[in-house]
Design a protein around this ligand. Structure first.
Ligand code: FMN
Length: 369
């Protein structure tokens, strides 16, 4: 029986979405303090297969399915989350100064007909120092990435300020995080660093990042363009920064978003950006366009947006994603989804006669090197 679908989801979906998010995190945090319970969860969700192991950006991941940024923003529950069987956990986004996020309430909305959410949090978080101290005490046993963003003040900050903030936010995590993600244009805030329009800004920021000692691999997350000249401008801008290991291609669809079942009248008046299933076609399209353009010896792509099954994850990987992140589908389908995706990936590898998951990456591109 699927306990999440029949028991936990009706309870969680009966309350405000942000309260449900908080309650879930609090439960995970509490479970993390009871080693027996954590052990039981680990056994319940266990599914490991050597074919899913992968090495990306010099980091060993037990499998390619990662928790996307935004669920455990403050790193309060990473040990319990690791027991769900993720290959990596992304904490954050975190800013150098603590922030309460956007003042408006409610700021998280469910669109169940589309297995989607509308997110208008505005990156609330405890601030880099507090989260770093917390991470220093945690032992999740899987790679942990830390996503960084500028502090949300409700106003677009000047470029120099944004750069300074990102660099200062990165410092405490340099020796703690397995990788860093620079969340360059969080759709909920007004960022001054927008690689879409000004690769020169990106270069200035990376130049400052370079000064941080023992910087781990860095991934850039941004609202990714699909036009080749814009993509090439970004690739050129990052070219000399060897610590940039890849890109998390963020999708922020125009609203109303094509093909959604939810009537526009139900969500058009609400603030925030759509996550979940409606993003999937766009996310796949971005991977298809980006993969042939990157230098695969230096950069990888991380797929994110609407992954809800093994088939979705596998498709993204065949289109060029080395890792795949999941978030919204967990709210709809529960934590057992991770195990189902991993089991399904193994079946798909067998079906296609592939030795391991790295062979699937980019397999749909005819000229893969
Ligand atoms: C509740 C919620 C909070 C999020 N917060 C962040 C965040 O702080 N930083 C970030 O980079 N992305 C954030 N995201 C975006 C996710 O990391 C991801 O890119 C997006 O949800 C698409 O994946 P999904 O369709 O699997 O949810 C958030 C998403 C959700 C649903």
């Amino acid at each position: 029986m699927d306990a999440y679908r029949w028991l936990f989801r009706p309870i969680l979906f009966g309350i405000d979405a942000e309260c449900a998010h908080r309650a879930t995190l609090a439960a995970c945090r509490a479970a993390g303090r009871v080693p027996l319970l954590r052990g039981a969860l680990t056994r319940h969700f266990a599914f490991d297969d050597p074919r899913l192991r992968t090495r990306v950006a010099g980091i060993d991941f037990p499998n390619p399915i990662a928790l996307a940024a935004g669920f455990d923003k403050n790193g309060v529950a990473i040990e319990t989350l690791a027991s769900a069987g993720f290959g990596a956990l992304e904490v954050g986004s975190i800013s150098v100064r603590a922030s309460a996020g956007n003042p408006a309430r409610p700021r998280l909305f469910r669109l169940p007909l589309d297995e989607a959410l509308l997110v208008y949090y505005g990156v609330p978080n405890d601030g880099a120092q507090v989260v770093a101290e917390r991470l220093a005490r945690s032992r999740p046993g899987v790679p942990v990435g830390v996503s960084l963003v500028e502090t949300n003040t409700g106003r677009a900050a000047p470029l120099e300020r944004v750069i300074e903030e990102l660099v200062e936010a990165a410092r405490p995590f340099a020796v703690l995080a397995d990788y860093l993600v620079l969340n360059l244009n969080c759709p909920n805030t007004g960022s001054g660093v927008n690689p879409l329009h000004a690769p020169a800004n990106l270069r200035r920021m990376l130049e400052c990042m370079r000064g941080i000692e023992r910087l781990p691999p860095v991934f850039l997350k941004f609202i990714a363009p699909s036009e080749p000249p814009a993509i090439d401008a970004i690739l050129l801008a990052v070219d000399t920064y060897e610590f940039v290991n890849g890109f998390i291609l963020n999708v922020v669809p125009r609203r109303p978003c094509a093909g959604m079942r939810t009537p526009g009248a139900d969500y058009e008046h609400l603030p925030g950006s759509i996550t979940g299933m409606p993003l999937r076609p766009l996310a796949c399209e971005l991977l298809r366009i980006w993969y042939p353009r990157i230098d695969r010896k230096r950069h990888v792509l991380v797929g994110v947006g609407g992954v809800a099954s093994a088939e979705d994850a596998y498709r993204m990987m065949r289109l060029g994603a080395s890792l795949v992140q999941v978030l919204t589908a967990l709210a709809y389908r529960g934590p057992a989804l991770v195990k189902r995706i991993k089991q399904g990936l193994c079946r798909l590898l067998e079906r296609d006669g592939l030795r391991d998951i790295s062979q699937a990456v980019g397999a749909d591109h005819p000229l893969r090197a």
